[in-house]
Design a protein around this ligand. Sequence first.
Ligand SMILES: [Zn+2]
Length: 239
Amino acid sequence: MNRAWAAAAAVGAGAGLTGWSAFRSSSQVFGPFPFRGDTDAKVVALTFDDGPNEPYTSRLLDVLDDRDVRATFFQVGRCADRFPSSTRRVVESGHVLGNHSFSHAFSRYLTEPGQQREIERAQESLSRIAGVTPALYRPPWLCHWPWVLSSIRDRGLQVVSGTFGHPLEIFQPPARWLTAGAERLVRPGSMLIFHDGQEARGGPRGQTVAAIGPLIDRLRDRGFSFVTVDKLLGVPAYA
Ligand SMILES: [Zn+2]
């Protein structure tokens, strides 16, 4: 390899690593991107992305409400427009509603104006439907390119990362795998990410719903209690 090619390869590898790090849940390379609460207390935040998506969101709310657990839902504006009563129930039941973009479309992250419109349109939908204006934002795919972070900050929103409850959750492996995998990952202050939808498309989430009740029971047996993301990070939930 001649010197020019070697230099080009090094730059390419560097750009690749930098680009990839913008999707790692714990990477702080472009600015603060909290993925856990700063605490030694046995508290954990359950978070659910990509909803509402029926009947799964309602079944999940039944599980949480039965166990008196409050969770944080990062919802997609377009999905809230489709299932507004589910979004309202999240807030009425004492869970926290966060913004997870309007359309969950990757193309909207490539430019700053596209990103800003995604945030704003979702804020409009969620606040019109639920009567609260979210102060928490989780970017789709946990993308935290610099202009994504600055767009979030400019709107007075707190960006939120987390820890994926199970690397294969998207493919809906058996619920007992999801429960066991998430239980192994939990540390004091964890913010576990699950999905009650899939991007803006919906789709079956029955294994996730079935995993959550046993996960709550096992973590409680180990002395954990459950908080919402705003309380864990010490920030407001709503504007
Ligand atoms: Zn998502």
